[in-house]
Design a protein around this ligand. Structure first.
Ligand code: OAD
Length: 234
């Protein structure tokens, strides 16, 4: 018998809030990234067509900053949970702090900062690490590379895999997302009724549909996961 298969499945949906204590700005909080940048200018196909330099610089800055920050207690705690549970992370974050925190099953819904891809063939994805992307950096077929980020108005290719995980969850944990961006915000609706849904956020988001078995932990991520630990072990 495979012991791993008997473990309870925890699915964790994370957003910018889990990385806030590492020093990465969220998007919609006061002082957040979208306060100083126009979303459509830097995170949409229209913005890319209008001004590639602006878009490339925006993500170059994010990448440069990412090299300087570290995972925090919430990231490493989720990795430790793998000792006792089957843990699947679904993150909206484009940082690599779950990876560096030690989690092994991570699905990036909105792409990854440390990768770039071809503007001609989206399946041509390259690691760029924390280095800069430049105008004139091309894929193997000779087309300009772009950030490997899902922009507004683009499909979210990983969403069907994410839905499958949610449908099998024994516990669903949401950390640090305003639940304002779809389709990620709909994932909670695919979690079985009986599964506890635990939300950790200093400012718990409002839900548009009634959520069964909802547990609210109104705290920052690093503090909230300590309470989560008590919940899971009692
Ligand atoms: P938001 O900026 O919309 O929401 C951040 C959430 O984190 C809010 O609910 C805050 O209350 C919470 N928060 C702030 N500090 C926290 C802390 N220390 N611990 C826990 N929670 C904290 O960010 P997301 O919901 O992640 O997409 O945004 C979703 C998507 O919108 C992003 O993936 C990004 C953005 O546009 C793309 O760039 C494609």
């Amino acid at each position: 018998m495979n012991i791993a298969n008997n473990r309870k499945k925890i699915v964790v949906l994370t957003g910018a809030g889990i990385s806030a204590e590492s020093g990465i700005k969220t998007f919609r909080d006061s002082g957040g990234l979208w306060e100083n940048h126009n979303i459509m200018d830097v995170a949409s196909p229209v913005g890319w067509r209008k001004n590639k330099n602006l878009v490339i610089n925006f993500y170059n800055e994010r990448r440069e900053q990412l090299a300087e920050v570290k995972p925090n207690f919430a990231h490493t705690y989720l990795a430790e949970l793998e000792n006792d549970f089957d843990v699947q992370i679904i993150t909206q974050n484009v940082d690599d702090l779950h990876e560096r925190g030690g989690s092994t099953k991570i699905l990036h819904l909105h792409g990854e900062l440390t990768k770039v891809r071809s503007t001609f063939d989206a399946s041509l994805v390259y690691d760029i690490g924390y280095t800069k992307l430049n105008i004139g950096d091309n894929c193997d077929l000779g087309y300009q590379l772009r950030p490997h980020i899902v922009w507004f108005g683009e499909d979210v290719p990983a969403i069907s895999e994410a839905i499958t995980y949610c449908m099998r969850a024994d516990y669903f944990i949401v950390i640090g997302t305003s639940m304002e961006v779809y389709p990620a915000a709909n994932l909670i609706d695919y979690v079985p009724k009986q599964a506890p849904k635990i939300i950790i956020d200093p400012n718990i988001p409002a839900f548009t549909t009634p959520i069964s078995n909802l547990v609210k932990i109104e705290k920052k991520a690093s503090e909230g996961v300590k309470e989560l630990k008590e919940y899971l072990t009692n």
